[in-house]
Ligand binder design. Structure first.
Ligand code: MCN
Length: 800
């Protein structure tokens, strides 16, 4: 069932919040009038190209730029030494900073141009600036780099072994950190006294985000004012402004970061990369606009990949099938250097979700972060939470099999019961609200579970192998509060800021510090503000993604925008209404305490004929001829909203597949997704986010994976080799929802942007395992290509 989009004109003002109105951002995007970074044209723009290491691990003996400097159109060629030269703008660290510090963190230097050691294929060695893009690209061939190749290591497990190639002198054994969560002793006791245990080894493969628009930046320096504008593909302009100001030495208040349309990010445009800093620095140096747009190949080589875990996971149960303990040991790939949020992803964003939807009395998680010769690894849609959810649900599959219990019943048997919310897990978080039976019930109905096992049996008799897979996932998003994040190592707050401003004519601009790049914020934020102020939806304009237009902000990632940004807008709107109420009371000659506000009208209590609309009040606020004495004119309000807790969306996804054991082909018969994201601002957008998220989860389960050879050379560096699912590969989905509001934000919302990606892979892997049970297969490594599936069948058949 697909939700029908509604024309906002056909939705009453009272229903605007919660209605599936069509996305207002789409006409520009689908008619080609959306303006992306690479579309921007400034006079006298020069173009940047980056000379990158062709090897995964190599000492740089020399870099000779003389030939490139003489090539047509070349304006300049710059290497590491130029960053610190007296002739070039200085004051910056020229090192990429880390935004999350763990107590055991072994941080390493990460210069924006390498000095004498390139640590991954694609590491930036030099930049060329030329009159046009082609000349810049051609001149890269004129740079002669003399390399001394070294052995490379790309898997975290191998990087942590004795004798592995060492990436950094100051990171012994390639250890970036050693981190733990939960209670080791209590968990060991649980395993010692368990009636049953299961364990599994999991490789959660490295994924590349593959946003539609490659990373891009255009910088424009004004030497008269010392102002530097950088237009770039950013998920968080304010954070980029803060970080870049330190990297290149440009004062924060003289640096503007603006994100034009951004063609998807999926996490890869949160972090601060070398390229954008180099564009900005070169613009300042040359005092002219400089532009860089990554080629698709550069995207594959340098965008921060995500996941990359090697894990052993174990589950302990009593003889009734109640889980008594869960233990996890993970080696996490961090790549060659620490990316901006890298330390948080395989630790707090992962370890805190190891309880899943289950009431588990003892949990212990141990994570070792490893430096390897791949690009710096960071957040990719879900970031830590898919890895946790995957292993929990794989263990649940194996646990049910071990106990001889039905998959759904085994899960129900262990769900956190409703009377335990708010539920404090053994891994440091408190789930705000939940009702895990409901999505399970709906999902079972959608797939007609009652009749499935019989159908499966009959199909097997005909040589057809059907399987069903469950994923009862939980996710933590709307990351906050700042104080807690600070205690855990965050180097920034996790609040969100907004400004809601009435114009004298009665229209409204809502500014928010989040920075949408495909999620439909212009629509949903307008719904929130129109509802709060009681004005027409079309009278509200939404502004995001520009540090000059919004006082402050923390950006869009971690499915935080609705819960934190949306709530901030509510707070600003409510502050604004408070002021408007005083003006209304003055105009109506009544006490403010006697004024009621509903649907955009201020009314004297009990006197319906004495009222004034909020848009008329706005006009009065700017006329300022007749407002309360001492009140400032104008009608706008700003707020910084810092939530009390994360929000914890959840749901049940169920996949039914048919697997051909002879070819290894997997065919979807059904995919049911029942998600609970609290109150929904716009059910159509929620549905779209689930669809997109599941598509990426299908990608991980069946197609995607970054593969490196022994030299650290990327073997999957193009769309021919790195398989992103096409429309025909994504199953028809039946989506439904349940609603368990978050109790601690004013909208009662939970995030949805990552839910599908977190939920899907394990539903599909479990379904394939279930289908192949007759062959003794209890799991297939991702991506489950036909070859991997076939091989799993062969391995087990051979073992028999
Ligand atoms: N929403 C809603 N009701 C809710 C929750 C959310 O109507 N209960 C709406 C929101 O108002 C917003 C959208 O759903 O319009 C997503 O909201 P939210 O879950 O808060 O997530 P964010 O807006 O913070 O988006 C971030 C999230 C992440 S982390 C990744 S990765 C991701 C994703 O969003 N990347 C995307 N979705 C993406 N969608 C597109 N098109 N492109 C990406 O790069």
């Amino acid at each position: 069932m697909s939700i029908e989009s509604l024309d906002p004109d056909e939705v009453s003002a009272a229903d605007i919040l919660g209605s599936a109105i069509e996305r207002r951002e789409d006409p520009a995007l689908v008619t080609g009038t959306g303006e992306y970074t690479d579309d921007l044209q400034f006079n006298n723009t020069a173009h940047m190209a980056v000379k990158r290491s062709q090897y995964g691990n190599a000492r740089i003996e020399s870099v000779d730029t003389s030939e490139a400097e003489e090539m047509p159109g070349v304006v300049g060629v710059y290497t590491h030494d130029d960053l610190w030269s007296d002739d070039t703008p200085g004051g910056g660290s020229f090192e990429l900073p880390v935004g999350w510090l763990l107590p055991s963190l072994n941080n390493v230097s990460h210069p924006i141009l390498v000095d004498d050691h390139a640590r991954y294929q694609g590491d930036a060695i030099a930049v060329v600036i030329a009159e046009n893009r082609y000349q810049a690209q051609d001149a890269l061939d004129g740079i002669d780099v003399s390399y001394e190749r070294q052995d490379a290591v790309t898997s975290p497990g191998e990087a942590l072994e004795d004798g592995a190639p060492q990436l950094h002198d100051d990171a012994e054994g390639n250890v970036a950190f050693d981190w733990e969560i939960g209670d080791e002793e209590k968990t060991a006791d649980a395993f010692d006294s368990a009636a049953h245990t299961v364990s599994t080894d999991i490789e959660n493969q490295l994924l590349i985000a593959n946003a539609m628009e490659p990373r891009a930046a255009v910088a424009r320096y004004n030497s008269g004012t010392d102002e530097l504008e950088v237009f770039m593909t950013s998920q968080n302009p304010h954070l980029h402004r803060l970080l870049m100001s330190g990297v290149i030495g440009q004062p924060e208040h003289k640096l503007r970061i603006k994100a034009p349309e951004v063609g998807g990010g999926f996490g890869s445009k949160i972090h601060h990369y070398a390229d954008e800093a180099l564009v900005a620095w070169c613009s300042k140096l040359l005092q002219r606009p400089v532009k860089w747009t990554a080629t698709r190949s550069e995207t594959y080589l340098t965008d921060a990949p995500g996941r990359g875990h090697e894990t052993t996971a174990e589950l302990a149960m009593d003889d009734t099938g109640r889980i008594t303990g869960l233990r996890v040991d993970t080696k996490a790939n961090l790549g060659a250097y620490l990316s901006t949020f890298a330390p948080a992803v395989p630790t707090y964003l992962y370890g805190t979700l190891l309880s899943g939807q289950y009431d588990i009395p003892a949990i212990y998680g141990h994570v070792t972060g490893a430096y390897t010769n791949v690009p710096p690894v960071d957040a990719y849609r879900g970031a830590g939470r898919p890895e946790a959810s995957f292993l929990v649900e794989r263990l649940m599959y194996l646990g049910a099999k071990e106990m001889g219990m039905d998959q759904a019943e085994f899960r129900r048997h262990n769900f956190v019961p409703n009377d335990k919310f708010p539920y404090e897990t053994q891994v440091a978080v408190v789930y705000d609200s939940g009702d895990y039976e409901k999505p399970m019930d709906k999902a079972l109905e959608l797939v007609d579970y009652e009749n499935f096992r019989q159908r499966q049996e009959e199909a097997r008799e005909e040589g057809k192998y059907l399987g069903i897979g469950f994923s009862c996932y939980i996710e933590a998003c709307g990351l906050a509060p700042s104080e807690l994040a600070g205690q855990l190592g965050a180097q920034a707050g996790l609040w969100e800021s907004s400004l809601v401003r009435f114009h004298p004519s009665g229209t409204v601009t809502a500014h928010c510090g989040t920075s949408g790049h495909g999620q439909g914020h212009e629509t949903t934020y307008a719904q929130i503000v129109a509802n709060e102020l009681g004005v027409d939806y079309d009278d509200v304009e939404v502004v995001e993604g520009d540090t000059d237009e919004i006082p402050h902000g923390m950006g869009t990632y971690g499915s935080r925008s609705a819960a934190v940004g949306g709530s901030s807008l509510v707070m600003s709107a409510r502050k604004l209404v408070d002021k408007a109420k005083e003006i209304a009371a003055h105009q109506l000659e009544a006490d403010p305490d006697d004024i009621e506000f509903e649907a955009g009208e201020f009314q004297v209590a009990g006197a319906p004929d004495r009222s004034i609309g909020i848009q008329a009040v706005a006009q009065q606020a700017y006329l300022a001829h007749d407002i309360p004495e001492g009140m400032e004119p104008g009608l706008e309000a700003t707020s910084f909203y810092d939530p009390d807790n994360f929000v914890f969306p959840f749901g049940t996804h169920v996949a039914i597949v048919e697997v051909d054991p002879e070819s290894g082909e997997i065919t979807f018969e059904k995919y049911a997704a029942v998600d609970d994201v609290g109150n929904q601002i716009n059910p159509k957008i929620v549905e779209g986010q689930i669809h997109g998220g599941v598509a990426q989860g299908v990608g991980q389960a069946m197609y995607e994976g970054a593969e490196y050879d022994d030299n650290g050379t990327l073997m999957t560096g193009s769309m021919q080799d790195y398989a992103v699912p096409k429309a025909e590969h994504v199953p028809e989905m039946e989506t439904e929802s349940t609603v368990t509001p978050s109790p601690h934000n004013p909208l009662g919302v939970k995030g949805v942007g990552e839910a599908g990606t977190i939920a899907a892979p394990q539903a599909i892997v479990n379904a394939v395992a279930d289908a192949l049970e007759p062959f003794g297969v209890d799991g297939v490594e991702m991506p489950m290509s036909a070859e991997n599936v076939w091989q799993a069948v062969q391995d087990n058949t051979a073992a028999d």
